[in-house]
Design a protein. Structure first.
Length: 237
């Protein structure tokens, strides 16, 4: 699926190779690394085969964040979201089996995929990593969060998420917003064909509600293939 530019990154000849090795670089948004025709075909294939195997993941804002508050300006917002998802780590699950039939598991478990992620990270990654498929429909979003896991030793000092993004023709827009120097000042469009985003977590970010083109609210979706990788060396944040 890689374009010539994507193949150059895999070989270490792209400017983004190793960029996340810099602790000050927490996020990459990369266009043109996946062939545009392949990206369009992938979105339609995911829509056709994976949609029936997703479950709704919904966490609305709890009412007590307002009515349980006892001091001015002391509000605390937990992670909120609405999306559909399935994990791709259990061979017995229907989602895994459907993904396996279309070659998705083979691609995401390939040596070249892990090597691609390691090239973005600029450091060795552990062989075992997690996989997940997510679909954002019209109005779906992920609220501000850090993805920090201080109770998990292997992830407490940081880890890597790689997102492969594919959209159906009915999508109007969706944006990724993230913090820089303590403020939500950075924003990138998430609906570009075959977009690859890479996160050196934890840091503050969120995903805006997906907006559909007029009359296409039922078919507008952004598909996200998520790989979560742990660093072999957990020394640096």
């Amino acid at each position: 699926m890689l374009s010539p530019r994507g193949q150059a990154l895999l070989a270490g000849r792209h400017p983004a190779a190793g960029a996340l090795a810099n602790p000050r670089c927490r996020f990459l948004s990369l266009e043109g690394l996946i062939d545009r025709r392949q990206a369009a075909a992938a979105g339609m294939l995911l829509e056709k085969t994976m949609l029936p195997h997703l479950r709704l993941l919904e966490a609305p804002i709890p009412p007590e964040t307002i009515w349980g508050q006892t001091r001015n300006y002391a509000e605390l917002l937990p992670k909120t979201m609405r999306q559909r998802t399935t994990h791709l780590d259990n061979p017995r699950s229907a989602g895994f089996q459907a993904a396996n039939e279309i070659g998705l598991i083979a691609m995401l478990r390939s040596e070249s995929y892990r090597a691609f992620a390691a090239m973005l990270a600029g450091r060795p990654l552990k062989a075992k990593y997690g996989l997940q498929a997510i679909a954002y429909a019209a109005g779906d979003y992920a609220g501000p969060h850090t993805d920090h896991h201080p109770e998990e030793p292997d992830a407490a000092s940081g880890y890597l998420d790689v997102h492969l993004s594919f959209v159906t023709p009915g999508v109007r827009d969706q944006f990724l917003v993230y913090a820089k120097t303590g403020h939500f000042t950075e924003m990138v469009a998430a609906t570009k064909p075959g977009l690859i985003t890479a996160y050196r977590l934890p840091f503050w970010h969120y995903t805006t509600p997906l907006r559909a083109k007029a009359g296409q609210e039922q078919t507008a979706r952004r598909w996200l293939l998520l790989g979560t990788f742990l660093f072999k060396d957990q020394g640096a944040r």
